[in-house]
Design a protein around this ligand. Structure first.
Ligand SMILES: Cc1cc2nc3c(=O)[nH]c(=O)nc-3n(C[C@H](O)[C@H](O)[C@H](O)COP(=O)(O)OP(=O)(O)OC[C@H]3O[C@@H](n4cnc5c(N)ncnc54)[C@H](O)[C@@H]3O)c2cc1C
Length: 391
C-alpha cells in the first residue's frame, strides 16, 4: 500500500499552506467573539469563510463559482488534513456547508443554487437541517410533518426536533410529507423554509453537555406558507435527496473521527500503568482507522463505490473517539468532572467544544455515535451489506 501522495497532490497541499499562512484571521478578534451555536457565525468567522470562498479554498471539490476549484478526492483529503493539523474550522455552520449547500448543489435549480447555496457558502446566511422528528429519527421515512400544496404555495404543519442551530439559522432544509397515501419512502419532499416565515417557532433546549450548550431546537410549524419555488428536488422525491444529503456528510466523515482521536491522544497524558495500557489501545485504534480510511480513500480515488465500508469507518471512528474520551475521563478521576475546565490549549480558530472539561468531551462524543445514523443502525448495515447476514 502506498501511503504517500503523488507530487501534484503535494503541490496542491503547498499552495493551500501558503494561502493559510497569508490569510489566517486575526487570533485576537477570534478569541474575543466566540460562536455559540452551529448556525451562529461571528463577523470575523464570516469574513474568514468568505476569504476561503473567494480563493477557491472553502470546499475545493466545488466548482469555482461555489467556493472551490474542482479538486479531486485526494486533494480534498489533504485540504482537510492541513486544516485539522492546525485545529482550524473553516466554517462554524457545518450543517449549512456540509449538508445543505451540498444538497442544493446536487439537487437544486440554477436559481436555487445562486439564491441559497452561494449565500450559505459565502456565510451571508446560515442554515439548519430539519430532518428528525419526535418518532422519526433512525426511521426518517416515518416523518409526519405535512405540507399541502395550495396554488403556488405549500402549507406546512408539524414539528421537528434536534434541529442543531435552528434558533440562529436563516433557513431550514425541511423534510415534509407531501403524499400521505404513498408508501412512506415515496411521499416525502424537501422545502427551504426561511426561519422568519410566520408560523415558524424555534425553541432551543440544552444538551447533556450542560445548560450553556444551547444548540438543539424543537421547531414547530403552524400553517407556514412556503413558496412552491422553495421545493428542492422532485415533488415526492425527498427520499433521494435525504440519501444524497447524508451521503455528502459521509465520504470523508471517518477523517473527522480520526482527527478527534488524534486530538484526544495529544491532550491526554497517561500516568498509571493501566492508563498507559489504555492509551496504547487508543493509539492502535487511531492507526487502524487511518489505514482503513486510507484504503477507502484510495478506492474512491479509483472511482469505486463502497458505501457499506463507510458504515464500518463511521462505527469504528465514532466508537473509538467515545472510548478514548471515556478513558481520559476515568484517568482524571474527579478532576475530569470539573466544569468548565480546559483539557486542551485554547485555539481561537477552533470551536470551544473540544477544549472543554473531560466530562463534556465525553458527553459530546455521543454526537458521533448518534447523529448521521446511530451505531446500531451502522451495525445493521454492516451485518446485512458487508457480512451478508439475514435481516
Ligand atoms: C449532536 C446531534 C446533532 C443532531 N443534529 C440534527 C440536526 O441538525 N437535524 C436533524 O434533523 N437531526 C439532528 N440530530 C438527530 C439525529 O439525526 C437523531 O438523533 C438520530 O437519527 C437518531 O434518531 P432518534 O434520536 O429519534 O433515536 P431513535 O431512532 O428513536 O433510536 C433510539 C434507539 O433505538 C435504536 N434503534 C432505532 N432503530 C433501530 C433499528 N432498526 N435497529 C436497531 N436499533 C435501532 C437506536 O440506535 C437508538 O439507540 C442530531 C443528533 C445529535 C446527537
Amino acid at each position: 500500500m502506498q501511503l504517500s501522495f503523488d507530487p501534484e497532490i503535494e503541490e496542491f497541499r503547498a499552495e493551500f499552506v501558503a494561502f493559510l499562512a497569508e490569510h489566517m484571521p486575526d487570533a485576537a478578534a477570534a478569541a474575543a467573539d466566540r460562536p455559540i451555536s452551529s448556525a451562529e457565525v461571528p463577523p470575523w468567522a464570516r469574513e474568514w469563510q468568505r476569504v476561503q470562498f473567494d480563493h477557491g479554498w472553502l470546499l475545493p471539490g466545488n466548482p469555482p463559482e461555489f467556493g472551490g476549484r474542482n479538486a479531486g478526492i485526494l486533494q480534498q483529503y489533504v485540504h482537510l488534513e492541513e486544516l485539522s493539523r492546525r485545529r482550524i474550522y473553516h466554517s462554524f455552520n457545518p450543517q449549512g456547508l456540509g449538508i445543505i449547500a451540498a444538497s442544493l448543489l446536487s439537487f437544486g435549480t440554477e436559481e436555487q443554487k445562486i439564491r441559497w447555496a452561494r449565500r450559505i457558502l459565502r456565510a451571508e446566511i446560515t442554515a439548519a437541517l430539519g430532518m428528525s422528528e419526535p418518532g422519526a429519527g433512525s426511521d426518517l421515512a416515518g416523518l409526519r410533518t405535512r405540507a399541502v400544496r395550495e396554488g403556488e404555495e405549500f402549507v406546512v404543519n408539524g414539528q421537528k426536533v434536534w434541529t442543531s442551530g435552528a434558533h440562529d439559522a436563516d433557513v431550514l432544509l425541511t423534510f415534509v410529507r407531501t403524499d400521505p397515501d404513498a408508501p412512506k419512502h415515496k411521499g416525502i419532499s424537501v422545502l427551504l423554509i426561511p426561519t422568519d416565515t410566520p408560523g415558524v417557532t424555534r425553541r432551543p433546549f440544552a444538551s447533556i453537555c450542560g445548560p450553556h450548550d444551547l444548540d438543539f431546537n424543537e421547531v414547530f410549524f403552524e400553517d407556514v406558507r412556503v413558496p412552491a419555488a422553495n421545493l428542492l428536488g422532485p415533488l415526492h422525491g425527498g427520499w433521494g435527496v435525504a440519501n444524497g444529503s447524508l451521503g455528502h456528510e459521509r465520504t470523508l466523515l471517518w477523517l473527522s473521527f480520526a482527527d478527534r482521536l488524534q486530538e484526544l491522544l495529544e491532550d491526554f497524558t497517561p500516568h498509571t500503568a493501566l492508563d498507559k495500557d489504555r492509551y496504547a489501545t487508543l493509539a492502535m485504534d487511531n492507526q487502524a482507522l487511518r489505514l482503513l480510511g486510507s484504503a477507502a480513500l484510495a478506492r474512491e480515488a479509483r472511482g469505486e463505490q463502497d458505501v457499506a465500508a463507510l458504515s464500518v469507518l463511521k462505527l469504528l471512528g465514532s466508537e473509538a473517539v467515545q472510548s478514548a474520551a471515556e478513558q481520559a475521563l476515568y484517568a482524571r478521576e474527579s478532576d475530569g468532572l470539573i466544569h468548565p475546565a480546559m483539557t486542551a490549549p485554547f485555539n481561537p480558530l477552533n470551536n470551544d467544544n473540544f477544549v472543554a472539561s473531560w466530562f463534556e468531551r465525553y458527553t459530546r462524543s455521543f454526537a458521533g455515535t448518534i447523529a448521521g445514523g446511530t451505531s446500531e443502525i451502522q451495525r445493521n448495515i454492516v451485518a446485512e451489506r458487508v457480512l451478508g447476514l439475514p435481516r
